[in-house]
Design a protein around this ligand. Sequence first.
Ligand code: ADP
Ligand code: MG
Length: 139
Amino acid sequence: MAGNITFTMIKPTAYKNGHAGKIIDQILGAGFTFKAMKQVHLTAEQAGQFYAVHKARPFYGELVEFMSSGPIIAAVLEKDNAVEDYRTFIGATNPAEAAEGTIRKQFATSIGENAVHGSDSDENAWIEANFFFSNFEMV
Ligand code: ADP
Ligand code: MG
């Protein structure tokens, strides 16, 4: 059964460039509802923990530095088939390969600074949501 939640972040560059409002508006327009949302500035340690799965990848250091470089918006979204639908909605990791109209096509500035995060499985969606939010913050 497809899960009904996914976790997302509006990454530092998209936030700094003033795109958060437009991105949130498009998320709602695509039929997702918000179970939780907050603005945070991650420490390098927190960003490193969140992305620990990528520790062995060559871009890990750059990713941790970037994700702790400024404020982000973290959110839990609800929709039928949320994980897969959200990944289709945001587009490919590399904006050069992202489909027209997707969030990354519109707002990413590079493969690293690619505007938004989206969970890759139902299991990771819950792990990531619980990393940022307690149960009573998710309504
Ligand atoms: P996605 O966010 O699409 O699930 P990954 O899980 O593979 O992509 O990677 C996590 C994040 O690491 C990406 O969103 C991007 O910010 C960064 N990243 C991925 N590949 C690269 C790369 N080749 N160079 C720099 N940063 C990268
Ligand atoms: Mg991923």
